[in-house]
Design a protein around this ligand. Sequence first.
Ligand code: SF4
Length: 247
Amino acid sequence: MPDTVKLEVFRYRPEGEGEPLYETFEVPYRDEWMVLDALNQIKDHQDGTLSYRWACRMGVCGSCGMTVNGEPVLTCATYLEPFLPGPIRVEPLHGFPVIRDLVGDLEDFVGKLQRVKPWIIREEERSPSEGEYLQTPEEMDAYKRYSMCINCMLCYAACPIYELEPGFIGPAAIALAQRYNLDSRDEGARERHEVLAEHEGVWSCTFVGECSIVCPKDVDPAGAIQRYKVDATLDFFRSLVTPGRSP
Ligand code: SF4
C-alpha cells in the first residue's frame, strides 16, 4: 500500500479567481480512511479555506455527499482504498449550483420538498383524550423504507432527468411524499396528488433507475415513483367509472 495518495479537489472561490479549478493535494494513506478523512486532513493541515459539508461521520446526517471519481457518494462511508493508486477526483454533487468549493446550493430541493407536504395531514385531528393513533407493524412496514431517507441528494445528482428538466420534483421528494401517502394515519394523499400528478411530478421520470442504485439507505426512490404512477393510473380509471370520485 502507498504511503500517500493524491486528491484532485474542485475549488471554486467566487471572491478569488472566479473560475473553478482543480487543486491537487497529497495526503497520508491509511487503510481505514474514508474520503472525508482525507478532506479533513487537507483542511486541518494544508488549506483551512477548503469548504465542504459534513456533520455526523456515520452515514446519518446526509450532509457529506460529493462526487468521487464521477460517482455521487457519502464521503464518510467511502474508503480511499478502491481508488488507489489515485489520483482521486473530488467534486461537488452534480446538478446543483456551487456556492463554494464542494458546497452545493440545495435550496431547489428544499422548495420541492415543501411542495409535497412531507408531514402527516389529518382532515380532523383527534382530541388528546381519544388517545394516540395506533398502527400495526404491517401498517408501519408499508412506508418504513421511504422513511429512511436522509436527504443526502445523491439521487438528484445521479438523475439525468433532474439535469434536463430542472422543474422535475425529483426522486427523494417523491419517495418522501409516498412515505406519508402510505402512512395509515395520514389523509393528505389528495393534496399531494396535485403536485405529484403534474407534468413535472412523477410523469417526468423515465425510470433510468440510477437514483435507487446510488441511494445509501436503500430507499428505492425509483420504485416509489413507479408505484405512484401505477396507483395514480388506477385512481384515474376508477374516477371514470365511479361518479363523483376525483382522480
Ligand atoms: S432517497 Fe436515498 S439518495 Fe435520495 S436523498 Fe434520500 S437517502 Fe439520499
